[in-house]
Design a protein around this ligand. Structure first.
Ligand code: GDP
Length: 453
């Protein structure tokens, strides 16, 4: 995923610092310089990076830290907090309420993924019980209405637009009125894409904003690959309409993605969702702390728990969570989770929440191979005894058993060993859940805090 490289560089810098026998000013400076370089390379604005460095130095005063203090931990926490601060403007965005009509206007550069994101946003809320509707007030780009219509039809979401009307303000007003009458509670207005130099289009955007009876929320859609230009562009939008939230798209691509952090700073608005693909459901709620945890390789536990609730069948959830909280990750659990992954379609979403999984077992873009690998692992596990599957002690598997399993499943010994290595790796990660209170839906943030503490 995008920003993975940045996360890797930051984690490495922290790791190098940890390896030092004594953490003194020089070691800390080297670590901070490394992080600064990584952030700049990821296109985060220079001013923000400098601020972060100064803040960390202010917080981590090595002279004041008495011996016995865990300096590494304090520094790591300061870096974590500063990265969170960069992404968190400190005020939440407007959240629409079910049953009460809200008008949400989407703005952004042409090609940023605005129209696609409008539908994703509508579809996401529709699944959660909202009654969304889409209005195409983009009269600038030929084909915009057709695109919105096509997406909306696919998602069974009502839409409004016109092939003949050229006044976007009029379309916006009529569309919003129509859907208010139809008791839609989430009316989404897509506007023309524009560039910060296009004064006329900015004026049009302002007019649409005023005409839609002042939208409850203006969402700025930004392509994650925009790089250093992000700050200026985001600021230009903010100056014309009151942007209240940001959605960053194409987080699945190879872009550096640091622009997202700059956009937050420029608009003083939170990132609320990220787009992770062209499909309607490749859209994730964005939460700062889990995101930064993931970035630093600390694992996104709250996202992971959300996904467990979403994809593991209801009747299996309590048992699975119970076993995990006992620190009892057996080969059978791994087998059952592989079954769930294969059933759920776009694989890897659950496990990409865990450190280590996405890059090794399921690299993005190689889903087919990952799927084949999982199937192979399952075939090998089919040749195991119940005792082996239910044990969390891999020592049970001696050489002769490994050879038998390989023969029984028609695979190589090397492959069985690879599968067992994978199991050990996963068991180690999952063992962190031992002793945790099992959270119910809605209690995820507490869990996340525990895991990251
Ligand atoms: P607009 O001009 O801002 O309305 O942009 P569109 O919605 O037409 O999107 C431009 C292109 O980006 C289309 O090909 C979309 O399929 C693609 N796109 C949008 N969001 C994402 C995303 O999150 N990931 C990827 N890979 N492509 C996206």
């Amino acid at each position: 995923m995008v920003l993975a490289q940045l996360g890797g560089s930051i984690s490495r810098a922290i790791q190098q610092m940890s390896n030092a026998t004594i953490i003194d000013e020089k070691v800390l400076n080297e670590c901070l310089n490394e992080i600064t370089r990584a952030l700049l390379q990821a296109d985060v604005q220079f001013k923000l990076v400098r601020e972060m460095q100064t803040n960390i130095k202010k917080i981590v005063n090595l002279d004041d830290l008495a011996a016995g203090h865990n300096k590494r931990r304090i520094i790591q926490q300061a870096i974590f907090n500063e990265l969170c601060k960069m992404l968190d403007p400190g005020k939440p965005s407007f959240t629409p309420k079910k049953g009460k009509p809200s008008v949400i206007m989407f703005v952004g550069l042409q090609g940023s993924g605005k129209t696609t994101t409008c539908t994703k946003y509508a579809y996401y809320h529709q699944k959660k019980g909202w009654k969304p509707a889409l209005v195409c007030a983009d009269t600038f780009r030929a084909g915009a209405f057709d695109q919105l219509k096509q997406n909306a039809t696919k998602a069974k979401i009502p839409f409004y637009g016109s092939y003949t009307e050229s006044d976007p303000v009029r379309i916006a007003v009529e569309g919003v009125e129509t859907f208010k009458k139809e008791n839609c509670d989430l009316i989404i207005v897509d506007t023309s894409g524009r560039h910060k130099q296009e004064a006329a289009l900015f004026e049009e955007m302002r007019q649409v904003s005023e005409a839609t009876v002042n939208p409850d929320l203006v969402i700025f859609v930004m392509d994650s690959s925009i790089g250093q230009a992000a700050f200026d562009q985001a600021q230009a939008f903010k100056q014309s309409v009151s942007v209240g939230a940001v959605i960053v798209t194409k987080m699945d691509g190879h872009a550096k993605g640091g622009g997202a952090l700059s956009a937050v700073a420029a608009t003083k608005s939170p990132v609320i969702f990220i787009g992770t693909g062209e499909h309607m459901d490749e859209f994730e709620v964005f939460d700062v702390k889990p995101f930064v945890s993931r970035l630093l390789g600390m694992g996104d536990w709250s996202g992971f728990m959300d996904k467990i609730h979403e994809v593991v069948p209801m009747d299996q959830q309590p048992e699975l969570l119970q076993k995990l909280s006992e620190g009892n990750f057996t080969l059978r659990i791994m087998y059952e989770q592989f079954q769930n992954i294969l059933k759920m379609g776009p694989i890897g979403q659950v496990f990409s929440m865990l450190p280590g999984f996405s890059s090794e077992l399921m690299p993005k873009g190689r889903e087919k191979e990952s799927q084949a690998k999982i199937k192979r692992y399952m075939t090998m596990m089919d040749s195991m005894t119940n005792e082996e599957l239910d044990s969390s002690n891999p020592k049970l598997m001696n050489d002769s058993r490994i050879m038998r399993i390989a023969r029984g499943s028609g695979r190589q010994v090397r492959e069985v060993m690879e599968m067992l290595e994978e199991y050990k790796r996963l068991a180690k990660i999952w063992s962190k859940m031992k002793g945790l209170k099992i959270p119910k839906k809605g209690e995820m943030s507490a869990l996340s805090r525990n895991m990251n503490a």
